[in-house]
Write a protein that binds this ligand. Structure first.
Ligand SMILES: [Fe+2]
Ligand SMILES: [Fe+2]
Length: 281
């Protein structure tokens, strides 16, 4: 039990994998005032997303969710066959009914240890600009990926409707997000939460560099310096780690697939504290 409430984060719960479900069932607050950020890739079906988020909401007073690519997939396993924006809106509506906050809500302010900070759940997607060497366009980038046999499943299941492409949807989200961030009081630092990393650097350690094109957009590269940012929380890469860019902490908080966490073992603290904790003198 921690002495004071903490702002905690996790991502990539992937509860469609049976072995990840007991892990989610084992997630509890350390303090009744803890808040929990769930940074995308909860599951592929709406029923599984609802199961995980309602369980977590029954334990944490405040739960904040952002979508990952997996929630947005339209697969034959899900009776909910909505695509693209309509699927996202359906998930947001489900969260509203559960009392879970989303990118469509007013950004909440954390006033506990490390605060005040404004938590900004974002949904920015990607636009194929984290291109592999030798590619100058999306088409060249995708051709290199197909040639290498490294093609993200999003290409088959993530539908952009009514946008013509994922990059077009991403650009609309970027414009809307920049407006919302610019309207925030600059005196209150932000915790930016997005499933995909907001800068390209974390993708440099991917085993397959061709995969980076499905991992973010160059358009958010300066957000952590342009806006007063205390920390950035992301997932998607399934490479949990803490880095710093321009003096701003970036936290990759993923659980990942059983085949990934089993060999390395689960960390002692699955729920990562986002902010530094005040140490009693
Ligand atoms: Fe994931
Ligand atoms: Fe993901």
């Amino acid at each position: 039990m921690s002495a004071t409430p903490q702002l905690l984060a996790i991502s990539d719960l992937h509860v469609g994998h049976a072995e990840n479900r007991p892990i989610v069932e084992g997630l509890h607050p350390e303090h009744p005032g803890d808040w929990l950020i769930v940074a995308g890739d909860v599951a592929e079906t709406t029923a599984d997303v609802k199961w995980a988020l309602s369980l977590l909401k029954s334990r944490f007073g405040t739960v904040i969710w952002v979508p990952g690519n997996h929630e947005l997939w339209t697969t034959t396993k899900d009776p909910v066959q909505l695509r693209g924006v309509r699927r996202y809106k359906h998930l947001v509506e489900m969260c509203r009914q559960l009392g879970v906050l989303t990118p469509e809500d007013e950004f909440p302010v954390w006033t506990g240890d490390g605060g005040p900070v404004r938590i900004a759940p974002l949904f920015v997607l990607y636009d194929y600009t984290f291109r592999p060497e030798g590619a100058t366009t999306k088409e060249e980038s995708l051709a290199i990926a197909h040639e290498a046999g490294i093609v993200c499943t999003d290409e088959y299941f993530l539908k952009p409707d009514p946008y013509p492409s994922i990059d077009a949807w991403c650009h609309a989200r970027v414009a809307e997000t920049e407006r919302k961030l610019a309207a925030c009081d600059p005196d209150v630092p932000l915790v930016l939460v997005n499933h995909w990393p907001l800068v390209r650097q974390p993708t440099r350690v991917l085993r397959y560099p061709e995969f980076a094109q499905w991992c973010g957009t160059e358009l958010s590269a300066d957000w952590h310096t342009r806006f007063n940012t205390a920390a950035v929380v992301y997932g998607h890469l399934h490479i949990p780690r803490h880095t710093e860019y321009d003096g701003v902490p970036f936290k990759e908080v993923s659980l990942g697939y059983p085949r990934e966490w089993k060999p390395r073992g689960l960390p002692e603290k699955l729920l990562r504290p986002v902010l530094p904790v005040r140490v009693a003198p």
